[in-house]
Ligand binder design. Structure first.
Ligand code: GAR
Length: 200
């Protein structure tokens, strides 16, 4: 089974979708450690509730991003993680972390990349006036939401949508495609070729 380390900053509903898929037997994986940069992240409680090790590490206790990232990479390695999922992790990952898990760091983003990278993607989509948005699971590189795309899902933007209603519609799809993408990884069915991902 794939040994997954999770980084999360908040609510943790995407972490929950992974835990649920593992329980349901649709994701052949184990979550070996959850790390949050935020002390009050609900993600930590969700992990603990399932007996998954969960720790808060405060970036302010480190000199710079690189030393923080090296510390969390070390913790994941100690637990035997072979893939890392950014499940609502609101920080940029630095090169030393990526070099610890080459082509094994995956992010979920609430827009159809390359549209609306960065923060507040649902708001960006509403303000732009797109008729469709969605979510993207992709491999992480050093850019901001720029790595090779694994899976996407589309949702319509309705005329009365607020940031909250659109975010909720997108989130439903996130909870479907994140476990799906990880199952492809667990089965060894993802091949990165340059900027593209082949699904075998
Ligand atoms: C999700 O919508 C995720 O796509 C987004 O934050 C939310 C986290 O929800 N991630 C980003 O915006 C990354 N820049 P969750 O904590 O309930 O999984």
């Amino acid at each position: 089974a794939l040994k997954i380390g999770v980084l999360a900053s908040g609510r943790g509903s995407n972490l929950q979708s992974l835990l649920d898929a593992i329980s349901a037997g649709t994701l052949d994986a184990e979550i070996v450690l959850v790390i949050s940069d935020k002390q009050n992240a609900m993600a930590l409680d969700r992990a603990a509730a399932q007996g998954v090790p969960a720790v808060h590490l405060n970036p302010k206790d480190f000199n710079d991003r690189k030393s923080y990232d090296l510390a969390i990479a070390e913790l994941f390695k100690e637990r035997g993680a072979t893939a890392i999922v950014l499940a609502g992790y609101m920080r940029i990952i630095s090169r030393p972390f990526l070099e610890s898990f080459p082509e094994r760091v995956i992010n979920i983003h609430p827009a159809l990349l390359p549209a609306f990278p960065g923060l507040h993607s649902q708001k960006q989509a509403l303000e732009y006036g797109v008729r469709y948005s969605g979510c993207t699971v992709h491999f992480v590189d050093e850019g901001m939401d720029t790595g090779p795309i694994i899976v996407q899902a589309v949702v319509p933007v309705e005329k009365d949508d607020t940031e909250e209603t659109l975010a909720a519609r997108i989130l439903q799809e996130e909870h479907r495609i994140l476990p799906e993408a990880l199952q492809l990884l667990a089965q060894g069915r993802l091949r990165v070729e340059g900027r593209k991902v082949q699904i075998l």
